[in-house]
Design a protein around this ligand. Structure first.
Ligand code: 3PG
Ligand code: MG
Length: 398
């Protein structure tokens, strides 16, 4: 791929120690990994390097530990889960630097896979301190970054190491960058973006960037209410950031100047309480009752979203259209996701989706595998949509 060194450029790695930064920051409940997607995504790079006889040393973080090592944030259980998902032994070293790390590496055979303990057990990791980076680098001959989803962090293991060792993008990083290039970097037009989720306050930069890049922007979820209210629509008791009316107006002005159509809900599914199975009705968006909450977009809006998907050659999706985690307010998100998946399968659409809730929503709709690419990145995907350079990606550029 243009601009980045990948495993295609890495040359002979037999017997070499390859430090591979992966994202194993997976959700865990009652000691069990509840979504192994991030683990599955690291398989191709590991399989390829192992086959070539490299010693693969995985670097990762887990959670946001504040005070050094703790069982709560240990990667040891994740090493076991990774071994299960990859179907191969994964060793574990109880430290990422120092004797424990060095001894474990010294015992490796060609093709072996070893996971180091949480890099964030050291404050120097997040501070990207060169002295710490050197300690990490002491256990490797080559650095591979396969963690796009942590690339918005300029940490020692995500950014610093690329300055200390020959550095390459892993297969998942490569796939991610390819997909993102197709999504917004150099997309086939028309490009339609769907942005949903609860609040615009966390997505202002993203919306400002998108209106300059896409041909149409569909706004759904709770954040649509802020736009509706700014336009003068009474949204009743709906979630709404009234204080951001000015920002919403500004985004609509910038969109108009850039020739980007903004699509707001024409109807909404309203209920009096936010709970699964709550009694609900679909009303025109101008007729939301004073005590009602909009919890999903209505069928008319779904039709309009699907029409925009039909017109699009490229779709970028972040955030659900409604409160998809409780039924029946998942309907619009599921319907539009299925439609985008079908268009993708028919070869008519390039569809790229990402961001925490989005992946959960597409999994809920059962269509995550049918999108062109679904990113497992949360914050990194948002920063990319904001048009911000990601330190972990920038440093890999040739
Ligand atoms: C994520 O889970 O989004 C990444 O692993 C980054 O984690 P962080 O937000 O704690 O840096
Ligand atoms: Mg995060």
């Amino acid at each position: 791929m243009a601009g980045f060194k990948t495993l295609d450029d890495i040359g002979a790695v037999s017997g070499k120690r390859v430090l591979v930064r992966v994202d194993l920051n997976v959700p865990v409940a009652d000691g069990k990994v509840t979504d192994a997607t991030r683990i599955e995504r690291i398989a191709p790079t590991i399989a390829e390097l192992s086959k070539k006889g490299a010693k693969i040393i995985l670097l990762a973080h887990f959670g946001r530990p504040k005070d050094g090592p703790s069982a709560e944030f240990s990667l040891e259980p994740i090493a076991k889960a990774t071994a299960e998902v990859l179907g191969r032994p994964v060793g574990f070293a109880a430290d990422c630097v120092g004797d424990k790390a060095a001894d474990a590496v010294a015992a490796m055979k060609d093709g072996d896979v070893l996971l180091f303990e949480n890099t964030r057990f050291y404050k120097a990791e997040e501070k990207n301190e060169p002295a710490f980076t050197e300690k990490l680098a002491a256990n490797g001959d080559i650095y591979v970054n396969d963690a796009f989803s942590a690339a918005h962090r300029a940490h020692a293991s995500t950014e610093g190491l690329a300055r200390h060792l020959p550095a390459y993008a892993g297969r998942t990083m490569q796939a991610e960058l390819d997909a993102l290039e197709k999504g917004l970097g150099n997309p086939v037009r028309p490009v339609v973006a769907i942005v949903g989720g609860a609040k615009i306050s966390s997505k202002i930069d993203l919306l400002m960037n998108l209106v300059k890049k896409v041909d149409a922007l569909v706004i759904g979820g709770g954040m649509a209410n802020t736009f509706l209210a700014a336009r003068g629509t009474d949204v009743g008791k709906s979630l709404c950031e009234h204080d951001l009316a000015g920002t919403a107006k500004q985004i609509m002005i910038e969109a108009a100047e850039a020739g980007c159509a903004i699509i707001l809900p024409a109807d909404g599914v309203v209920a009096k309480e936010f709970k699964a199975g709550a009694a609900s009705e679909t009303v025109a968006i101008s007729e939301v009752p004073a005590d009602g909450m909009i919890l999903d977009v209505g069928a008319k809006t779904v039709q309009s979203v699907n029409d925009w998907i039909d017109r699009a050659a490229t779709l970028v999706w972040n955030g659900p259209l409604g409160a998809f985690e409780i039924e029946p307010f998942d309907r619009a998100t599921v319907a539009a996701a299925k439609h985008a998946a079908a268009r993708t399968k028919a070869g008519k659409l390039v569809s790229v989706a990402g961001g925490g809730d989005t992946v959960a929503a597409l999994n809920h709709a059962g269509v995550a595998d049918d999108f062109t690419y679904v990113s497992t990145a949360g914050g990194a995907f948002l920063e990319w949509m904001e048009g911000k350079p990601l330190p972990g990606v920038e440093v890999l550029k040739r």
